[in-house]
Design a protein. Structure first.
Length: 452
């Protein structure tokens, strides 16, 4: 069953994921939608069809044969999450289900209420529970939520979802690093000068001002998505190929990240944000964040990691730049840019891998120029992230989900700078790369890479 069946997340992501699972014959059990909207089953089915028409695999065209199967699996229970009778009806609808999956596609503030309601009705025994990010609002609330879940569920039955980990380009980071012997010998502080991660969006909050007032860029993307990307970029190889071995290495890496402080963070807000519906007239919430992070490990000692994310930037792109150190001796008497040797990973919407090298310019002189060799250029493929993750959760595969200690380690990194009054907030114009103060943050190590 999934809670929040009439919400925005269900409309944009969950119904297309369920349709994909049906098409691939991975889903043939009843799907019970739960919400408080005054709807009936017919309205939910219509909502699902509209979802597939606008957000399905082929927008504008619905696989009607697969939808007919999905439609027959759908059930609907309308009720208040604070009402015990809602969960009694859920218990009856589950029948003799032995291992139900409860997906909480609802605001984090409702996680505890729903979990307690399921437990009181006897619907959580043997069940798995999927919870959406953000998991808590800070370290203290994340710990409290973990305690609530653990009253009723063992850790191996809790699936903390971060849909970034289900994306094909993000999975490719892990594969690229450990399937190619040429990278690992130079993947350390001796050969890498710095790394940058940029998640840029050329749009705003898209009418979700009330949600963004509760989140902001630090909670929305830095604490979860981008720290997980950093973990994949910097983690050690797992000793064995098992789901928990990979999660263990991601967690160890995040635990080694030094907590942020005021001097290592710049927050920004695009001009016009405060006029968005649902946004306070004096809002101090950031729509942009830039951070300088350090990893206290032998592999990465002294290497700065820069992360920035923001809305209403010039482009929509997620990019990783790995800048290699220059050769120890310049043989040709040139002034060579520091970023001459690099690896650039575009993680979406375009998927490209580019290697920056220096080559000789034709002629009699030994002078060169910087070029980028495109190692791979292909459209995003594979299963959509929500389809991949929900399918994995149904099968009990936790590799792409966060453990309790992982989430708490992520909060430990950002906790010192979470809050509107802890660090200054700088305005920036829409269509720019954020406030000038972000350039000052990185100045001693160069400049931000501009996604192409």
């Amino acid at each position: 069953m999934f809670f929040g069946a009439t919400g925005d997340l269900a409309y944009k992501e969950v119904f297309p994921a369920l349709q994909g699972l049906v098409q691939r014959k991975r889903l043939d059990v009843p799907i019970i939608g739960v919400a408080k909207s005054g709807w009936d089953l017919a309205q939910l089915r219509k909502r699902a069809h509209d979802s597939l028409k606008h957000h399905g695999e082929r927008p504008g065209k619905v696989d009607e044969e697969a939808f007919a199967k999905l439609s027959q699996l759908l059930r609907y229970i309308d009720g208040d999450y604070a009402d015990a009778s809602t969960f009694q009806r859920l218990r009856e609808a589950l029948g003799d289900a032995k291992r139900p999956l409860h997906y909480l596609a609802i605001p984090p503030s409702m996680f505890a209420t729903v979990t307690e309601g399921l437990a009181a009705a006897g619907s959580i025994d043997g069940a798995r529970v999927v919870v959406e990010k953000p998991f808590g609002r800070d370290l203290a609330s994340a710990r409290e939520l973990n305690q609530i879940l653990h009253r009723h569920l063992a850790e191996d039955r809790i699936f903390r979802m971060d849909h970034f980990l289900g994306k094909e380009p993000i999975q490719n980071i892990l594969y690229l690093r450990f399937a190619n012997a040429l990278l690992e010998p130079i993947w350390n502080a001796g050969h890498i000068r710095q790394m940058q991660i940029t998640q840029a969006e050329d749009f705003g909050v898209k009418g979700r001002g009330a949600f963004y007032e509760e989140a902001g860029a630090i909670r929305d993307v830095l604490q979860n998505h981008l720290l997980q990307v950093l973990a994949l970029l910097a983690m050690d190889a797992p000793a064995v190929h098992t789901p928990d071995a990979t999660r263990q290495e991601r967690t160890r890496l995040i635990q080694a990240i030094r907590p942020l402080d005021r001097s290592s963070v710049v927050r920004g807000q695009f001009r016009g944000y405060r006029e968005e519906p649902g946004v306070a007239a004096d809002s101090g919430v950031e729509t942009y964040v830039a951070a300088r992070l350090a990893i206290d490990s032998w592999r990465w000692a002294g290497v700065p990691f820069y992360i920035r994310a923001g809305k209403h930037l010039p482009v929509t792109d997620t990019e990783v730049l790995v800048e290699f150190r220059r050769p120890p001796l310049e043989l040709f008497g040139e002034l060579i840019p520091a970023r001459s040797n690099h690896l650039r990973l575009h993680l979406g919407p375009d998927v490209r891998i580019e290697l920056g090298v220096r080559v000789k310019v034709p002629g009699d002189q030994l002078v060169g120029e910087d070029v980028e060799l495109v190692a791979a250029d292909h459209p995003t493929g594979g299963r959509p992230p929500y389809e991949r993750l929900l399918g994995d959760a149904m099968e009990g595969d936790a590799e792409l989900f966060a453990r309790e200690d992982t989430v708490e380690a992520q909060w430990r990194v950002v906790d010192p700078v979470v809050g509107d009054d802890i660090t200054p907030l700088y305005e920036y114009d829409q269509g720019t790369w954020g406030p000038d103060e972000a350039n000052q943050l990185i100045a001693e190590d160069g400049s931000w890479s501009v996604p192409s």
